[in-house]
Write a protein that binds this ligand. Structure first.
Ligand code: ATP
Ligand code: MG
Length: 413
């Protein structure tokens, strides 16, 4: 019944170059995400048609939902510019969808004024015809259950009903590049997808403490990235794996237990800032949510944040956990996130972490470890790898330590 999908773009209040960048990047993503299907894309200035060529529309929609910047889409049928054809096609369209009593309305838009009837006239003629030929229909101009839309354009007439909301936001990549702190938990993958939705191209940083922690916990991050990569330009995301074991052990050894997490996170921020500068990432992004755990009270955030000058974006700062979980299920990262492997924040969790850690105390405590040296060493020994949506990287095949496993894996490439 449908032969194409009308794709509407998001924020076109953008002006000038911003608008042309928006459209160029959106088309790049659209081409990429649809490249494995034999569809065609008809590119207009502020909308596009995906011509289905008999491809199942659900397969196309699944991919459209990965493209940030798409505001909405509709399933459409294109027909010849002729009133008799319109009557016939509108009826068969409606007959297929309406099989029980339904209120309806026809709305016509005449983009091409050379058509020999006004919008009102077309709506009237078509709704009278539909009423006469489909006994389930009842007119309701104000609050109809079903709205048949007719658009008359110079190259044909388009009929459709309803709009499905797309991802919204801005095409991933146009806002620049940021560094996502990615743990194996529920929150940070969601934060990453929200950042991509808002136009940010992401790279990821993961702090791993193998063999202190299991290599499976690092594998979770790779498996999460395979899903997140579907949203990214090029369907791949660069992952920086930071060997955190030494710092981790020093912390456990030398820092009072209640400040362990605070100082661990200060170290993470320090390292992330250095990696970000090295790779031209303009902001840090993480999955922190106010109040969720001891390290995410406002006082904690302030004490942790003081070690960096970089802007830190926290897409989930004000979200409730239930809403984060719902988003995580929707983007399909949830089942991986809840796999039971501890990471460096969950192993040796202090019994009573400080909920209001003071910056001056953190500064004093961390003097007990040669952290500048250890931070620099961790940065130096960081290994980077692209994870694509089809990556075959399975760390546990190659050993117990991430760094070694990665070297072994690279030999096979
Ligand atoms: P998540 O579900 O994302 O793990 P969380 O509620 O468990 O979040 P924390 O463990 O306190 O919260 O971590 C807060 C944020 O810090 C995470 O969302 C993530 O952005 C970052 N983070 C924590 N651990 C790591 C890690 N090992 N590597 C990289 N980033 C991390
Ligand atoms: Mg976590």
């Amino acid at each position: 019944m449908y032969d194409r999908i009308l794709v509407r773009f998001g924020d076109l209040t953008l002006k000038g170059k911003n608008q042309s960048d928006f459209i160029r990047q959106l088309y790049k993503l659209l081409d990429e995400k649809l490249s494995d299907l034999p569809v065609e894309i008809e590119k207009k200035h502020d909308h596009a048609y995906v011509i289905l060529n008999n491809v199942n529309y659900e397969d196309v929609i699944e991919r459209l939902n990965l493209v940030a910047g798409i505001y909405s889409y509709s399933l459409v049928k294109k027909i010849a510019r002729d009133l008799e054809t319109l009557k016939r096609e509108a009826l068969s369209y409606v007959n297929e969808l309406i099989t029980k009593t339904t209120t309806f309305k026809v709305e016509t838009k005449r983009a091409d004024k050379t058509f020999n009837m006004t919008s009102m006239e077309v709506s009237k003629v078509i709704s009278a015809y539909l009423l006469k030929n489909n006994s389930h229909l009842k007119v309701d101009l104000h609050n109809p259950e079903f709205e048949l839309k007719i658009e008359i354009r110079s190259d044909g007439i388009y009929i459709f009903n309803g709009q499905i909301r797309g991802l919204g936001g801005y095409p991933t990549g146009i806002a620049g590049k940021g560094l996502l702190m990615l743990s194996g938990g529920i929150d940070s993958p969601v934060a990453g997808v929200l950042a991509m939705k808002q136009g940010i191209k992401i790279e990821c940083i993961h702090f791993e403490s193998t063999p202190l922690t299991s290599i499976e916990s690092a594998q979770k991050v790779i498996d999460l990235l395979k899903i997140m990569a579907k949203y990214a330009p090029g369907n791949k995301i660069l992952l920086h794996l930071v060997p955190f074991k030494e710092l981790h052990m020093a912390l456990l050894d030398k820092i009072p237990e209640s400040y362990n997490i605070t100082i661990m996170r200060r170290m993470m921020y320090r390292i992330a800032s250095k990696i970000a500068q090295k790779h031209d990432d303009l902001v840090l992004i993480n999955g922190e949510s106010v109040g969720q755990v001891a390290s995410q009270t406002l006082q904690s955030m302030a004490t942790i944040n003081e070690v960096t000058n970089m802007p830190v974006i926290r897409p989930l700062a004000t979200y409730d956990k239930v809403d984060i979980v719902a988003m995580s299920r929707k983007i399909q990262t949830f089942d991986i996130s809840i796999r039971p492997f501890e990471d460096c924040c969950t192993v040796y969790v202090p019994k009573a972490p400080a909920t209001a850690p003071k910056a001056y105390k953190a500064r004093a405590y961390e003097e007990a470890i040669p952290y500048q040296e250890l931070v620099d060493k961790a940065v130096l020994n960081t290994k980077s790898v692209y994870i694509s949506k089809d990556s075959d990287l399975n760390l546990s095949l190659y050993g117990l330590e991430v760094s070694e496993a990665l070297d072994e894996y690279n030999k096979t490439k």
